[in-house]
Design a protein around this ligand. Structure first.
Ligand SMILES: C[S@@+](CC[C@H](N)C(=O)[O-])C[C@H]1O[C@@H](n2cnc3c(N)ncnc32)[C@H](O)[C@@H]1O
Length: 348
């Protein structure tokens, strides 16, 4: 329900002071009506967690990616000085409104309209880089533009799991490394958005499928934060959508869909009321449920490590995810093999 300051100032102010993310733009402002969130003021407790992770001191030079409303830029400026903060926003209308709000409230930080995945080299080097839009791949420009010993804090996720807070330190050798820590779900930077997984577009009645059963309940893989995070590390380009019977999330019956967002493979994972085993259908070249189940088994065999035991290293040529230590990369997802128990032949 939209709330406009001009229509109901008290309600608007009350919404501003809730500990919730506040949506401020849909669909990149193009009015196409699909309803995908494209700009927001982040949830205040998440903002606080990210500022805390930044270890910001007075006088430090900061680059923020994703100006949004400008609220976080003002908080950064209050700590380190407005002259030390540069904030990059990809959307011209959002950037213009934020720059005006920042000026009007006495925090005239530099707002740059650009794709922030390139950083902002004119203001470099920075002591701190803070992304307030999520990435799947940390742009090396952020590392290059940060001083050795500086910090980069960014929401990081996979197509399957969005996401965890990544806390990097930049080394003398031109790499950046650090652990994940914190449950944060953010909109993606624009050029790293995965396609939206729309079930009716992916799962067609004419598709054939292989049917199996499993005793793995979707809850364990989709809703347990650390399991889901680990699965996303191992299974590339797979998204999930849960569809409740009769649109009733309390009814107990639903189907979880797994979809390859870039090709045609899908799996459905059916939970009926009272059932102890769950029907799985898989269509396409990838056996997505099998990939998920293998990744889940890998996570279980590793002792169910929390996301905070994982970390990431960024080099000029890419990034590597590791467990506990950079010398223990988690390996390529390509070694994932099938594990579902086949109980029936192909249908279709
Ligand atoms: C969650 S909002 C940021 C919240 C903001 N920090 C605040 O205090 O209101 C994410 C913002 O990132 C912007 N964004 C997305 N991709 C971007 C990119 N590649 N470069 C810069 N900004 C980007 C979006 O337009 C959106 O305004």
């Amino acid at each position: 329900m939209p709330v406009r300051r001009a229509d109901s100032p008290e309600e608007w102010l009350a919404v501003c002071y809730t500990d919730q993310p506040i949506i401020t733009q849909l669909d990149d402002g193009d009015g196409n009506g699909r309803g995908y969130v494209s700009s927001s003021a982040s949830m205040p407790t998440t903002v606080a967690m990210m500022l805390d992770a930044l270890h910001l001191d007075a006088g430090m030079r900061v680059l923020e990616i994703g100006t949004g409303t400008g609220y976080n830029a003002a908080l950064l400026a209050s700590r380190t000085g407005a002259e030390n903060v540069t904030s990059v926003e990809v959307d011209p209308a959002v950037a213009e409104a934020a720059a005006a709000a920042l000026k009007a409230t006495g925090w005239p930080v530099r707002v740059v309209t650009a794709d922030g995945t390139g950083g902002h080299s004119l203001g470099a080097p920075y002591d701190r880089v803070l992304a307030t839009a999520a990435v799947q791949r940390v742009p090396y420009a952020w590392v290059r533009q940060t001083v050795p010993g500086g910090r980069i804090v960014a929401p990081w996720g996979t197509v399957f799991h969005n996401g965890a807070l990544l806390r990097l330190r930049v080394g003398e050798d031109g790499t950046a490394s650090g652990h994940f820590g914190g449950n944060v779900a953010f909109m993606w930077v624009r050029d790293q958005r995965p396609p939206h997984g729309v079930v009716r577009e992916h799962v067609r009645p004419e598709h054939d499928y292989v049917e199996t059963t499993t005793e793995l309940h979707p809850y364990h893989a989709l809703s347990v934060f650390d399991a889901s995070f680990a699965i996303g590390l191992r299974v590339p380009e797979m998204t999930s959508v849960v569809v409740y019977d009769n649109d009733d999330p309390h009814g107990g019956a639903y189907t979880a869909y797994l979809m390859d967002t870039f090709a045609g493979s899908w799996a459905s994972w059916r939970v009926g009321t009272g059932a102890r085993s769950y029907g799985v259908r898989q269509h396409g070249a990838r056996r997505l449920f099998d990939e998920l189940a293998t990744a889940y088994a890998w996570w279980e065999a590793a002792g169910k490590p929390p996301h905070t035991r994982f970390g990431l290293t960024v080099r000029p040529d890419g990034q590597t995810v590791w467990l506990d230590h950079p010398e223990h990369p988690i390996g390529s997802p390509s070694d994932v093999t099938g594990s579902a128990r086949r109980t029936a032949a192909t249908h279709g």
